[in-house]
Design a protein around this ligand. Sequence first.
Ligand code: PPY
Length: 354
Amino acid sequence: MSLQSLIEGWEGETVVVRHDRLCGAWILIAIHSTRLGPAGGGTRMRPYPDVETALRDACHLAESMTAKFALADFPMGGGKSVIMVPGKLDAGAREELLRRYGRLIHQLGGLFYTGPDIGTSPEDMDVVSETGTPYVFARTERAGGSGGSAAPTARGVYWCIRATLEHLFGDDQLGGQHVAVQGAGGVGSLLIRRLVEEGVRVTAADRDPEALAALEELAGVRTVSPEAIYGVVCDVFSPCATGGVLNARTIPRLRCRAVVGAANNQLATPEDALRLREAGILYAPDYAVNAGGAIAVVGIEAKGWTREQAEDRVRRMAHTLRELYHLAEARGITTEEAARRAVQARLAAARAPD
Ligand code: PPY
């Protein structure tokens, strides 16, 4: 698909495209909606096969950010930035690119606020904010930020897993359940630690052997290959790595009662929500589950929330998820459709931008 047809076919508001001649990177910022507030979304940095694929990813992820903030009733719009890098950059070139990127964010003058995502860290946000301030969130605590979004994201997933167990079994007390976690990176590893601390058995997989090795000292964690994680007999499958993992190939292999995870855009296609329901698997819409990081970070850094206030808001996501489960049952629709309707209602109730 060409850039032209991608942009023409997208329902979002604005796309910012910058080719960085100095290092060959492409910076693609997708602003999906500013109806609820300025657009916010992380910065994903990685290679892609081509610019079209990178832009499609940015647009799709930006749309999820709109849904995430709307569902959490947080006054921000949805955007996402993708920096498509031409392979691995050396540390100096990478920092310079991040500074040029910060300058672009600054020039946008508040249209887009950013933070870390796959391929970028709170330390990177410190560098971006040198030129991009005040539009950069989730910097390190050393630099005056709230210290990253992985921990509140993991806590949000944790509360949503409990709400899901309660919905399925009538009891949210942890102990003895089994959760299969796909991805032991920033969010996945924190989630795994919390779950095993509370007596949950965890089976984990990650493409990076080092990430798995770091879990080996934890009692209660078993590791399997990336392919085997789908077939683990468990209560909850928790995708905490990349998107598109729930699809026609993987769903028939799942042996879980529910899917509750942190990854963005878990469904490969909208039909996969139906496929999950037909398989008898309760799906927690990803953007209902993984909003904790964005909400806590922006709340603390831009709204002056205390950490306790942020934690309250993160816990409230589990309540919203329970409501979605009930709505889906009452209406005979998928949980994804229930979430989509809730998002549409929030957006419709807001004043259209001038
Ligand atoms: C996400 O939740 O996927 C994010 O992009 C996180 C985010 C969003 C806005 C500011 C900081 C982090």
